[in-house]
Ligand binder design. Structure first.
Ligand SMILES: *[C@@H]1O[C@H](CO)[C@@H](O)[C@H](O)[C@H]1NC(C)=O
Ligand SMILES: *[C@@H]1O[C@H](CO)[C@@H](O)[C@H](O)[C@H]1NC(C)=O
Ligand SMILES: *[C@@H]1O[C@H](CO)[C@@H](O)[C@H](O)[C@H]1NC(C)=O
Ligand SMILES: *[C@@H]1O[C@H](CO)[C@@H](O)[C@H](O)[C@H]1NC(C)=O
Ligand SMILES: *[C@@H]1O[C@H](CO)[C@@H](O)[C@H](O)[C@H]1NC(C)=O
Ligand SMILES: *[C@@H]1O[C@H](CO)[C@@H](O)[C@H](O)[C@H]1NC(C)=O
Length: 459
């Protein structure tokens, strides 16, 4: 039984006040509590804020506060309908305020509309999940869904924002998201057992956690990947990475973040623009031991950029073919993966008739130690990843649903047909990887960062 309530209050008040600096907010006002019925409640009070005086005068007249209430609820609950009524009321208020703003186009509140739009979209998605998990025929849900959708359209029309306010608002949203996740962790029934392979495989996945929109803040950047170093070195324990581009099969740069919060804030400590000779292909790269492993095509090889030594290295894999990609995107010929047992690369070969070959990479020599021939056609899979020496391949079921349909165990050389379904936020994705350091699945889903908790079968 799990319920998440998340309250965000954003208010713009006295013109005499400037934006509260980030550090004040950081020390400030976020509380988490669990009420008598076991509900986890995150309250986030954002500081009173105003905009530069020359811009606020008219705004003050039309709208004194802007209240954004975001409430995310999961799982079945009794008090549900009562809450929704209040919720709807509050959304109506916000909508009314936006309508006032809309009618005075010269004096917009310089909000981060892009961000607001993303939040609304995620909200829309969560409500639709709730609709599914509770009672899809409930008229209350349908109207809530329409309200949110309407609001999204409205925000789209108010397409202007002031860069100077972006940082503060982003920071606030990032904090909020982190708090929500803390809440979720406390309540989550899936308890990770990091490093353990004492299970017989995947049992199920949590609902997707839509972490954020990509760092380019652009809906065109759908070909990419993100994640966390699966075997971090000292000093970079929480290294996160991201890379994306607007056309399939092109990899020009990577962004590195010292931790998860900085990824949310889009504050990279390092960005690598790949030199012409080392430009990458496909989107199935990973970071392992402070090195990024990716596909390179001249010559066609697996490539490693070592962030510690800032050096490139490559190995041609004999037998690997450029003729076979995964179903959602072109040029995904080499798929890197890391699990509890080490580093892997998966590819299709002509010798294996276009079916996936699993190869174990020796981390010291950067060579292939061993290979296994699976029975799954690469082009029939959306993506693949490794957990405890077992390869899992995914494929589409419908626009909202994906399934793990195949597993190959490198220890026993046994293959299995499966149907372990999980929900997607958007239809297609270019990167799906398991991370043994937190037992989560990371997906780059049409420009969004998404994660899943994995529940294992312990029999
Ligand atoms: C947090 O916000 C509440 C409500 O605005 C206020 O009563 C309380 O004093 C604040 N606490 C801190 C530590 O700022
Ligand atoms: C689902 O919603 C319908 C329509 O509101 C209602 O008649 C029905 O009792 C609900 N079912 C459950 C299990 O809540
Ligand atoms: C949503 O917008 C449409 C068109 O503007 C309008 O007809 C409808 O009443 C709105 N729905 C709600 C629930 O606000
Ligand atoms: C593995 O899991 C089983 C069942 O949960 C348990 O009985 C056993 O002690 C575990 N073994 C190890 C080595 O943790
Ligand atoms: C990266 O370079 C450092 C420094 O030369 C070295 O110690 C480390 O083993 C290298 N890591 C990998 C994964 O090659
Ligand atoms: C898995 O399904 C495929 C296609 O239906 C079938 O050809 C194959 O024999 C099955 N494999 C196993 C191990 O059941």
């Amino acid at each position: 039984m799990m319920l998440l309530v998340l309250v965000l209050l954003l208010s713009a008040s006295s013109p005499a006040l400037a934006w509260i600096p980030v550090q004040d907010w950081e020390s400030g006002n976020v509380t988490t509590s669990v009420d008598s019925s076991g509900q986890c409640i995150c309250h986030v009070f954002l500081p009173d804020t105003t905009f530069p005086a020359d811009r606020v005068e008219h705004m003050q007249q039309v709208s004194k506060d802007l209240i954004l209430e975001v409430e995310i609820q999961k799982n079945k609950m009794v008090k549900y309908k009562g809450k929704l009524v209040i919720y709807l009321e509050e959304l109506k208020q916000l909508e009314a305020r936006l309508a006032i703003l809309e009618s005075s186009p010269d004096d917009y509140i310089k909000l981060d509309f892009e961000m607001l739009r993303i939040e609304l979209r995620e909200f829309e998605m969560l409500v639709s999940q709730l609709k599914d998990s509770l009672n899809s025929s409930s008229p209350l849900f349908n109207s809530l869904y329409i309200e949110i959708h309407n609001m999204t359209l409205l925000v789209n029309q108010l397409e202007t924002y002031d860069k100077s306010n972006l940082e503060v608002i982003r920071h606030q949203f990032a904090k909020l998201q982190m708090k929500l996740e803390e809440c979720q962790k406390d309540q989550d029934i899936i308890k990770p057992d990091i490093g353990s392979c004492n299970h017989t495989g995947i049992l199920s996945f949590s609902n997707p956690l839509v972490v954020q929109f990509n760092a380019h803040l652009s809906s065109g950047y759908v070909y990419g990947g993100w994640g966390k170093d699966s075997k971090p070195i000292r000093g970079y324990e929480n290294l996160h990475f991201y890379g994306a581009y607007t056309s399939p099969g092109s990899v020009y740069d990577f962004y590195f973040y010292s931790n998860y919060e900085n990824l949310l804030l889009r504050k990279n400590y390092k960005r690598i623009t790949l030199p012409t000779d080392w430009v990458g292909v496909g989107n199935n790269y990973i970071v392992h031991s402070n090195s990024i492993y990716y596909q390179h095509n001249t010559p066609f090889s697996m490539t490693k950029f070592n962030l510690t030594s800032s050096t490139y290295d490559y190995r041609v894999i004999s037998g690997a073919s450029t003729s076979f990609s995964y179903a959602y995107s072109a040029s995904q010929n080499l798929d890197f993966a890391a699990d509890e047992t080490g580093l892997w690369v998966m590819y299709a070969s002509n010798g294996n008739k276009g079916k996936i070959v699993i190869a174990k990479i020796n981390e010291n020599s950067f060579g292939i130690e061993n290979t296994w021939h699976t029975g799954v056609y690469k082009q029939s899979a959306g993506n693949a990843f490794m957990i405890c020496g077992v390869m899992y391949a995914s494929r589409t079921v419908d626009v909202n649903t994906e399934e793990i349909f195949y597993a190959y165990d490198t220890k026993t050389k046994q293959e299995r047909n499966l149907s372990i379904q999980f929900k997607k936020f958007q239809n297609s994705y270019t990167n799906l990887d398991y991370n043994p350091s937190d037992q989560k699945l990371y997906m780059f889903n049409d420009g969004y960062y998404v994660t899943y908790n994995v529940k294992f079968n312990k029999e």
